[in-house]
Design a binder for this molecule. Structure first.
Ligand code: CAA
Ligand code: NAD
Length: 286
């Protein structure tokens, strides 16, 4: 199937990155969020990223403008009527995602594929909210999307082979590397990564070391590019908590119990870099 127009739902950090790489690969992108100002902020972020590339002489100003012109701002889900593919990157909540998919199902053309960038939620359950489960698939990008090569691709129970093939081809067209994994809580990436982050939070909670020391041990000792607490702030503490809850509920195993400190920070609105405070304090003006 030929994909020409892609709708990206959610203009947060992941949606913005996905919209950027799709537009850079030449696709027209309907870029949707709940409010126009959120989409505007997303486009400003993409513009800033691309301006860095221009400054480094990896792209001309004209090329940058062409990428930005392929982004079509939207705050109305009805705009999905023109999409060949929707990639959903809204909040990590099963009810929100099922609602979006059920609404989209009634709007998009018959041939359209509905993909979700969920970090951990069951693709089969999201697909069941539609009347086209064979056209629903998981397309899990990594953060920051313009830099990270991996896309986990996850079939739901009913996903058609040709839908899988189309998404694998698209992943290559975006200069990413697809890896197929099964529909299981957290897939592979977050089944392995998130318990490590949760354990780092327990280590802080139990006073084993300071946040700086925990991050330094993992950076210098294990060669991780970011310490786990910095990475948690970067991902978003709300997203980390949702993923841990999905692992805990999905496996029914207490080894996935979210750390109470993580819950407390999320309740306080300390969501990490995106809210200005998490384990660390971020000042965008610096
Ligand atoms: N958007 C776009 N580009 C970015 C970026 C962003 N947010 N942040 C950094 N970059 C680019 C920089 O422009 C720079 O590009 P060039 O080398 O081409 O000039 C490059 O990345 C390196 O950046 P820096 O030198 O500023 O910083 P760094 O070397 O420390 O790298 C990093 C930054 C790539 C984010 C690195 O710290 C890293 O790899 N961190 C770990 C990221 C990670 O683990 N991601 C997975 C998270 S889990 C997930 O995504 C799944 C989930 O469901 C939660
Ligand atoms: P974010 O909080 O930065 O952005 C979420 C965006 O979704 C917000 O702008 C919000 O306004 C929007 N939104 C919420 N409900 C919506 C709706 N009904 N319609 C349209 N927009 C809606 O979150 P994020 O980090 O970009 O994460 C988005 C998704 O990507 C989540 O499912 C998350 O698990 C997944 N993901 C996150 C990461 C990460 O590192 N943060 C990595 C891979 C996948």
């Amino acid at each position: 199937m030929t994909i020409k127009k892609i709708m990206v739902i959610g203009a947060g950090q992941m949606g913005s990155g996905i919209a950027q790489v799709c537009a850079q690969a030449g696709y027209k992108v309907i870029f949707n969020d709940l409010k126009p100002e959120i989409v505007r902020k997303g486009i400003e972020g993409i513009d800033k990223n691309l301006s860095r590339q221009v400054k480094k002489e990896r792209m001309t100003n004209e090329e940058k403008d062409a990428v930005i012109s392929r982004l079509l701002p939207s705050s109305d889900l009805q705009d999905a009527k023109e999409a060949d593919l929707v990639i959903e990157a809204a909040v990590e909540n099963i009810n929100v995602k099922c609602k979006i998919f059920s609404n989209l199902d009634a709007i998009v053309p018959e041939h359209a594929i509905l993909a979700t960038n969920t970090s951990s939620l069951p693709i089969t359950e999201i697909a069941a909210a539609t009347n086209r489960p064979e056209k629903v698939i998981g397309m899990h990008f990594m953060n920051p999307v313009p830099v990270m090569k991996l896309v986990e691709i996850i079939r739901g129970l009913a996903t058609a082979d040709e839908v899988y093939q189309t998404i694998e081809d698209l992943t290559h067209a975006l200069s990413k590397v697809p890896v197929e994994v099964n529909d299981s809580p957290g897939f592979v990436s977050n089944r392995v990564l998130m318990p490590m982050i949760n354990e780092a939070i327990y280590t802080l909670y139990e006073g084993v070391a300071t946040k700086e020391a925990i991050d330094e041990v993992m950076k210098l000792g294990m060669n991780h590019p970011m310490g786990p607490l910095t990475l948690a702030d970067f991902i978003g503490l709300d997203t980390c908590l949702y993923i841990m809850e999905t692992l805990h509920d999905g496996f029914g195993d207490d080894k996935y119990r979210p750390c109470p400190l993580l819950r407390k920070y999320v309740k306080a609105g300390w969501l990490g870099k995106k809210s200005g405070r998490g384990f660390y304090i971020y000042d965008e003006s610096i």
